[in-house]
Ligand binder design. Structure first.
Ligand SMILES: Nc1ncnc2c1ncn2[C@@H]1O[C@H](COP(=O)(O)OP(=O)(O)O)[C@@H](O)[C@H]1O
Ligand SMILES: [Mg+2]
Ligand SMILES: [Zn+2]
Length: 356
């Protein structure tokens, strides 16, 4: 029968590809049990339930254990998302591990669409997710998530977020009568967002997605300072004007030392549902070129897809639709990539234990 030590030694040859360290020293191996015929059962605790590399890790684990003549190998999957949020966040929202802000230069490029779909996709992977609509003067998240109504107060006087598709949602829209315009000055916006962080009962969240307002006005400046962001996802269309504006937004975030995750291009091309032909309505390659110029990761392009627009208007995000389509597939992939990058950030904040 195999010894525990032998099993751990074999497993320590398996790398978490994203983190570049082995799964034993990362403490991802749990509940190891060895049966009489060297049957092995173990739990592998991924750094995110949305891990894109699960299959690769499984293959390598099975290969490593075959190498020491293990019997039947049973793997249970778990996930424990690690904390990447800065200190400031721990004070403001102690239960939130990662804050992802979605930003753009121009309005109408799909920031809210991407925020809603990312949040729902992460929840579908099994993560606990919140979505904060920080577009105080143009809140669209309630419509896109199919939510209306007023949040209740928790016993300790906090605001209870509304919940849909497994995502906890808060928006200023929940607090104002339908159709009434919302007029706020810049500094007040920052205050409102901080209040949404502090006074909302978010509970334990792996990811809090924040849909930021577009642009680089006063409101965004205050926000960038007020909100402890772990990473910003920049959204642009391929069009020159959108790229021009997102360049300004990038400069602002860099000036404020807010970390940037990377760039996603939305409305990349229109795929004709009849003949499958791709038409590049807003031009081509703008997002990728912008990312390259600024040494940012490019996460790819989301095509224009009528199901995305219909879903947004009907309160059913594309990723949650019964026939999701290409754009939804891209956004689900984007959610997994972002989750993986967040894991890397969190791992970088955990000091490597060295025995010397
Ligand atoms: N990939 C896409 N395909 C089709 N329609 C889209 C796509 N992305 C966004 N839209 C639509 O474009 C409009 C603007 O998107 P929105 O997310 O509100 O932009 P923003 O938040 O940047 O102002 C919405 O009606 C939305 O449904
Ligand atoms: Mg919006
Ligand atoms: Zn066609």
């Amino acid at each position: 029968m195999l010894s525990e030590a032998a099993v751990y030694e074999a497993l320590s040859a398996v790398q978490e590809p994203e983190l570049g360290r082995d799964i034993v020293s990362l403490q991802m191996v749990k509940d190891l049990a060895i049966g009489p015929d060297s049957d092995i059962s173990l739990t592998i605790e991924l750094t995110t339930p949305a891990c894109p590399l699960k299959d690769e890790i499984e293959r390598n684990v099975r290969a490593a254990l075959a190498g020491i003549d293990a019997g039947t190998v049973t793997i249970t999957w778990g996930a424990m998302v690690r904390r990447a949020s800065p200190k400031q966040a721990q004070q403001l929202v102690p239960g939130v591990k990662n804050i992802l802000a979605v930003a753009s230069g121009k309005g109408g490029v799909g920031k809210s669409t991407v925020s809603a779909n990312l949040a729902v996709a992460l929840a579908m992977e099994g993560a606990s997710v919140g979505l904060l609509d920080a577009d105080i003067t143009g809140p669209n998240i309630p419509l896109m998530m199919g939510l209306e109504g007023a949040p209740a107060a928790s016993p300790d006087g906090k605001i209870m977020p509304l919940e849909r598709y497994g995502v906890k949602v808060i928006s200023i829209q929940f607090f104002v009568p339908e159709g009434q315009p919302i007029v706020w000055r810049g500094p007040l916006v920052g205050g409102a967002i901080q209040q949404f962080l502090r006074d909302v009962d978010w509970g334990e969240l792996d990811y809090l997605v924040i849909d930021l307002p577009p642009g680089t006005s006063d409101a965004q400046l205050t926000l960038a300072q007020a909100v402890p962001i772990s990473g910003v996802l920049l959204v642009t269309t391929p069009q020159d004007v959108a790229v021009q504006d997102v360049t300004k937004a990038l400069a602002m975030f860099r000036r404020m030392s807010v970390p940037i995750m990377g760039v996603v291009e939305n409305m990349s091309a229109f795929i004709c549902p009849h003949c499958g032909e791709a038409t590049e309505i807003f031009g081509r390659g703008g997002g990728e070129a912008f990312a390259r110029r600024n040494e940012l990761e490019y996460f790819g392009g989301i095509p224009l897809d009528v199901r995305v627009r219909q879903g947004g208007d009907a309160g059913v995000p594309a990723v949650a639709q019964r026939e999701p389509g290409v754009a939804a597939d891209v956004m689900r992939g984007l959610a997994r990539t972002i989750a993986a990058r967040m894991s890397v950030r969190a791992a970088q904040q955990v000091p490597v234990l060295s025995i010397s």
